[in-house]
Design a protein. Sequence first.
Length: 201
Amino acid sequence: MKRPYLFAHRLFDLRLFERPLFKRKAVALRALTILLTTLLISNCGWHLRGYGNAPQAINSIYISSKNGGNALVRELERALRAQDVAVKDNANEAEYGLIILDQRSKRRTATVSGSARISEQELSESVDFTVVASDGSTALPLSTATVDRIFEYNEDNILATDDEARLLRSEMQRDLVRQILNRLQAVGRSTAPTSSDATAP
């Protein structure tokens, strides 16, 4: 007579090797990898891939967005404060104003398999912004930051695939912030007073 626990153990082994389960585990593993990478980046003090370069000419800034305090604005505020830039709640108290004019999120099919099933999808995040000085002049003309990512799509496990997409979007938000900070490096360079201006009566 077979022992019940041996039968249960073998049944578990058979289920473990079922192909749909492997697909779910693969998607879950990718999502876990992205999550760990996200946590690692967030714990590194914002000094990875260009975050160590603070906008030299900006001491204080006000952020305006029609979407209010969304995820991108929160990431921007966190990054700027980490660079010792004061983020003001009142535009009249800031040297510059960062105006986010439009923000777009897209998701589309990137690749279709031979069996007409979706195998890859593409995520796209973009933001239009400009910077004005306290006197109303344009310190940085209209600019656009864009990030695209392609990830594997699993129709057998929609929930895990959506989780992976959400984690990717969080990473893409940080890429947008990185691009915006890099553009802010140009603020004040063309408007800084020259030596002749400083000595003029």
